[in-house]
Design a protein around this ligand. Structure first.
Ligand code: NAD
Length: 292
């Protein structure tokens, strides 16, 4: 198996490195030349062009910022440059419709396609502990599974093309709502005279328990390893949450789903995603719940 890995950013770089370190034959390419050169130190063969990376590969993995990058790269050169029946795996977080379109384009060009977005952040990418949500044919999923198992720990086949992206944005929408809920609870509790630790002890063991309370507690103190206890260093950055909620908003509108809280979360994170806050963990949104 020969793998082309395109998009060697915060996520793609360690994912490509982990594949190479597991013994796979990986060629890497990023439009940023320094990223392509740096991956050469990790057993990945650097390619001068996207075309050169893809030629001769039978699996092409992309890890780009957004849907437009995926669709443009597929249409402009990748699909035409690849040998017939190449398996295209896109792990970027993009809109469900873009993922379906990308898969359709790949199939029309005589290839196979999976959408395989991830959660787990840069730490998960680095340590090979990502969760993969994978949309596409069962046989293609089975072929790619050993690769996902190198880069991740939990691998879920979610159904047909686009369902991987659907799982990703639905999960993140619920996470955003949970986090705003936890933030409002801690602020209201504080205004009613409850200490953060007392409220944490109650909420983390009662019906309002959630990852947003127990693991990513939005107030500093109760969970020492949470971003809140470390100056809100991410974790999962506000800019990325705002991006994913924008995708959720499009999906809510396209499907006509009554999801007022999802739309409110989109609104709240869009407003919170200023230059100052974009790089902070998304639990920092509790700052907007303080009085005055
Ligand atoms: P990033 O911006 O660090 O990396 C993207 C890379 O793609 C960049 O290096 C860019 O130069 C490269 N690129 C863009 N177009 C290209 C092309 N046509 N050919 C080759 N390279 C190209 O972004 P990231 O943090 O690595 O995230 C990548 C994707 O993963 C995004 O969709 C993001 O939403 C998703 N994601 C990120 C995280 C995270 O914590 N960073 C977590 C889960 C999912």
């Amino acid at each position: 198996m020969k793998i082309a890995f395109l998009g060697l950013g915060n996520m793609g770089f360690p994912m490509a490195r982990n594949l190479a370190n597991a013994g796979y034959d990986v060629t890497g390419y990023d439009v940023v030349e320094s990223a392509t050169q740096a991956i050469a130190e990790h057993n990945v063969t650097p390619a001068d062009t996207a075309r050169a990376a893809v030629e001769g590969a039978n699996v092409v993995i992309t890890m780009f910022p957004a849907g437009k990058h995926v669709l443009e790269a597929y249409q402009n050169e990748l699909l035409a440059a690849a040998q017939p029946d190449t398996l295209f795996i896109d792990s970027s977080t993009i809109a469900v419709d873009d993922a379906r379109r990308a898969a359709e384009l790949a199939r029309e060009a005589g290839h196979r396609a999976l959408d395989a977005p991830v959660s787990g952040g840069t730490k998960g990418a680095d340590q090979g502990t990502l969760t993969f949500m994978v949309g596409g044919d069962q046989a293609d999923f089975e072929q790619a599974k050993p690769l996902f198992e190198v880069m991740g720990r939990k691998i879920v086949h979610t159904g047909e093309s686009g369902t991987g992206q659907a799982a990703k944005i639905v999960n993140n929408m619920a996470l955003a709502i949970n986090t705003i809920g936890a933030a409002e609870a801690f602020s209201l509790g504080e205004n009613l005279g409850l200490s953060h630790q007392t409220l944490y002890d109650v909420m983390s063991t009662s019906a309002a328990q959630s990852w947003a309370v127990s693991t990513n507690c939005p107030v500093p103190g109760p969970v020492p390893e949470a971003p809140s206890s470390n100056d809100y260093r991410p974790g999962f950055a506000t800019a990325l949450m705002a991006k994913d909620l924008n995708l959720a908003k499009s999906a809510i509108e396209a499907t006509g789903t009554p999801a007022d809280f999802g739309l409110a979360a989109f609104q709240a994170y869009t407003e919170f995603n200023t230059e100052d806050n974009a790089g902070k963990d998304f639990s920092a949104i509790i700052a907007t719940k303080k009085k005055g």
